[in-house]
Design a protein around this ligand. Structure first.
Ligand code: NI
Length: 148
C-alpha cells in the first residue's frame, strides 16, 4: 500500500485545472491504485487526482459501506443532469469543515474506466453528489465556493 500526500486548502494547487488523459499506461494504473489506498486510509468516499497534486482527470470513488465497490472515472463528462438535492458535504482537502451544498439530484455521465473503455452511468443521490463534488476538483472548484 502506498499513500499519496493530500494537499490542503488553501493550497493554490487545488485551483489547477486537470488535463484529460490521452493514454492509460502503467503509471496511470499505479496512480489509481495509490489514490484508492489514500482514499480508504483517510476514510473518504471519493478522491480527485488534483487533491494529490496530480493534475490529470482521474477520480476514484467508493460509496459502499463494505469498501469493495471501486469506481474509476477518467476524463468524465456530464451528459445530462436534473433535479435538485442538498446534503452536507465535506472534503479530505478541507478537514473538519462541512456545508450544505446544492447539487443536481440525477446525473448521467460518460467516462473511461481503467481498462480504457468508455461507459455511461446514470446515477442519483449520494453517488451523483459525490461525482459532482469530485468533478469540481478537476476544474479547481471546492465545495466551500458554493457557500460564498
Ligand atoms: Ni473534495
Amino acid at each position: 500500500m502506498s499513500l499519496l500526500k493530500i494537499i490542503y486548502y488553501p493550497d493554490k494547487r487545488l485551483r489547477k485545472t486537470a488535463k484529460p488523459i490521452k493514454k492509460i499506461n502503467k503509471n496511470i494504473i499505479h496512480t489509481i491504485q495509490n489514490m484508492f489506498d489514500t482514499m480508504y486510509f483517510f476514510s473518504g468516499i471519493g478522491l480527485a487526482a488534483t487533491q494529490v497534486n496530480i493534475h490529470k482527470q482521474i477520480i476514484v470513488i467508493d460509496i459502499s459501506k463494505t469498501k469493495n465497490q471501486k469506481l474509476v472515472l477518467i476524463n468524465p463528462i456530464i451528459l445530462n443532469k436534473h433535479g435538485n438535492i442538498q446534503t452536507q458535504e465535506g472534503c479530505l482537502s478541507i478537514p473538519e469543515k462541512y456545508g450544505i451544498i446544492p447539487r443536481y439530484k440525477t446525473i448521467k455521465i460518460r467516462a473511461f474506466n481503467q481498462q480504457g473503455e468508455y461507459f455511461e452511468l446514470q446515477t442519483q443521490n449520494l453517488l451523483s453528489i459525490c461525482i459532482q463534488h469530485e468533478m469540481d476538483h478537476l476544474i479547481g472548484k471546492l465545495f466551500i465556493d458554493y457557500l460564498k
